[in-house]
Design a protein around this ligand. Structure first.
Ligand SMILES: [Zn+2]
Ligand SMILES: [Zn+2]
Length: 347
């Protein structure tokens, strides 16, 4: 639910079509859909059952809250009508074997006859950036933080990037991870972007987080699916880097801004998916060098409870460094099908 104290009139009267397909409008009062979405989030987070939600709805109605749904049934009905949600999104099915993308209605890959297709939802990043910039104060705070960071981080790559780009350029960080909920039927792999020039702690607030895409998968998606998703997201990110026109509430004008995605922050399993490499404990899993690693056989526990375990370790030694040039060469040879997959950690 997006609250803002500013009146959206000036924005509504805009004659320039900055929002393209769908308008990103900021609401002053939560709608039925907003309250239903918030209720559903609470239901999942707190593992509430449908009767709990019925009670909550009755409670809200007894307080005469505007637009409060009457029951859990009403919450579901409100959320199933997605065309009213005003979100610019596209849905795909991705073949888990060859990575081919299809419209959401397809159930089989026509290329390799694979039936295991993974759903993927892609959300407009530009739309969400416009949403942020429509709030008074956001652009000014981005500019201030940028000015501060150029000084503070002048010795870092980040500071260097800020120095080398125009003042109307900002940076983002991408993150992906699996989210497991208490409900086993719902597990999500969201791709999330954060703007580095939004000050902490606001940077991590839900309203400032940009969702680039979501894989609603019960099992962990494989490298092929992840690559297809990242390809779709990258297409969007490229446009955003090149510069898009946004209506900036603070200036009451439109201007071209650039947002560069400069880093990613993930845990080890997600990192392997993002970089399209083998997992950290597989053969050639070391990100620094080309050692295949060794299996260490150990025992833990005492007496009857002794348990054997095996773990891959990457001992130090005189081993070739994993440089960018070398990695590029391997990937190129794999693409030309000179090398079989996975090759020295690349999959
Ligand atoms: Zn396929
Ligand atoms: Zn190493």
């Amino acid at each position: 639910v997006l609250h803002s104290s500013n009146c959206p009139t000036s924005y509504d009267n805009l004659s320039v079509n900055v929002f393209r397909d769908t308008d990103a409008t900021r609401r002053l009062n939560p709608t039925q859909q907003d309250i239903s979405a918030a209720t559903m989030v609470m239901k999942i987070r707190r593992s509430q059952n449908n009767r709990d939600i019925d009670r909550l709805c009755r409670f809200l109605n007894s307080l005469e809250v505007d637009n409060a749904p009457k029951s859990m049934k009403a919450v579901q009905k409100n959320l199933s009508r997605q065309e009213n949600l005003n979100i610019n999104w596209e849905s795909y099915k991705i073949c888990s074997k060859c990575g081919q993308t299809y419209p959401i209605k397809c159930s089989e890959c026509t290329k390799c006859k694979e039936k295991k297709l993974v759903e993927f939802y892609l959300y407009s990043i530009e739309n969400q950036l416009q949403h942020l910039l429509s709030t008074n104060g956001v652009y000014k705070s981005l500019q201030n933080e940028r000015k501060k960071n150029v000084e503070i981080f002048s010795q870092t790559t980040y500071g260097q990037i800020l120095k080398e780009t125009d003042e109307n350029s900002f940076t983002m960080i991408i993150n992906a991870d699996g989210v497991v909920t208490p409900n086993q039927n719902i597990s999500l792999w969201p791709f999330i972007l954060m703007i580095n020039e939004v000050p902490i702690p606001q940077r991590r607030y839900t309203e400032n987080i940009i969702i680039a895409g979501v894989i609603p998968a019960k099992v962990k998606p494989n490298n092929i699916v992840f690559e297809a998703c990242l390809d779709l997201i990258t297409e969007d990110l490229q446009l955003i880097e090149n510069g898009q026109q946004y209506y900036i509430s603070d200036l009451d004008a439109t201007d071209t801004l650039h947002f560069f995605t400069i880093a990613s922050c993930t845990d080890k399993p997600a990192e392997a998916l993002m970089e399209n490499v083998v997992v950290y404990n597989a053969e050639y899993g070391c990100p620094k060098c080309f050692t295949p690693g060794e299996i260490f056989h150990g025992e833990r526990g005492l007496g009857n409870k002794i348990k054997k375990f095996h773990i891959r370790v990457f001992p130090y030694g005189d081993i070739e460094d994993r440089t960018q040039d070398k990695c590029t060469e391997i990937v190129r040879d794999m693409e030309d099908e000179k090398l079989s997959k996975p090759r020295r950690g690349h999959s």
